[in-house]
Design a protein around this ligand. Sequence first.
Ligand code: G3P
Ligand code: MG
Length: 248
Amino acid sequence: MWPYPRIVAHRGGGTLAPENTLAALRCGLAYGYRAVEFDVMLAGDGVPVVVHDPELGRTVAGSGAISDYTAAQLEKMEAGAWFGSQFAGEGVPTFEAVVDYCKAQRIWMNIEIKPAPGFDVPTGETVAVAARAYFAQEIAAGELLPLLSSFSIAALQAARQAAPELSRGWLVETIPSDWAQRAKELGVVAIHCHHEALTPALAQAVKGEGLGLFCYTVNRPQRASELLAWGVDGFCTDRIDLIKPVNT
Ligand code: G3P
Ligand code: MG
């Protein structure tokens, strides 16, 4: 059974706020979303930060790689103005700051481990160890925990080894033919796939294996209903204005 919320705000506030910022989380919450997906990468000093691209330029003003800067430098950078002048001054938040905000607001988290090229193992390990520390109380109390996920097999393996008590989802674009065997070997609880690569038969097969099934990124309400009818457990969306949250 899927214990997590079914509808999750992608990158914090979908396409209504600058992705992966605290402003995005506030925006998601303003739309009633108490479930969020965001991307975590390592800054140059090894501190996990919330950002999608390994290079500056698209969402973060400046140039170079995320790994060229410390987390403290990234926090002071401009990560909101590209989206709109009202968001100017939003920095790249640390993973810790995002978790703090989400915990304070009771927002559930799908934490995507997003290693920059070549940093798969340290990113998987660091994010898992940090998450375990942030959720030590919830782990001890047996409460609902965040779900880690990644496209990187090496990051998933490192996270598993570092913090086996945290569940993981395996992110894929298209579900490969040997998914059942590989999911078992990886010890994941769910497969997260691109919704356009899914068929009703495949959805049924994944559910039949007792795995969770999560889709990204679903932006049309009609498509969302269709996927849920196929047995998909949950999905993330950019259109938090069109798709109403279900926070259970
Ligand atoms: O976790 C689902 C989705 O976020 C994966 O793709 O590129 O948006 O991180 P991306
Ligand atoms: Mg993501």
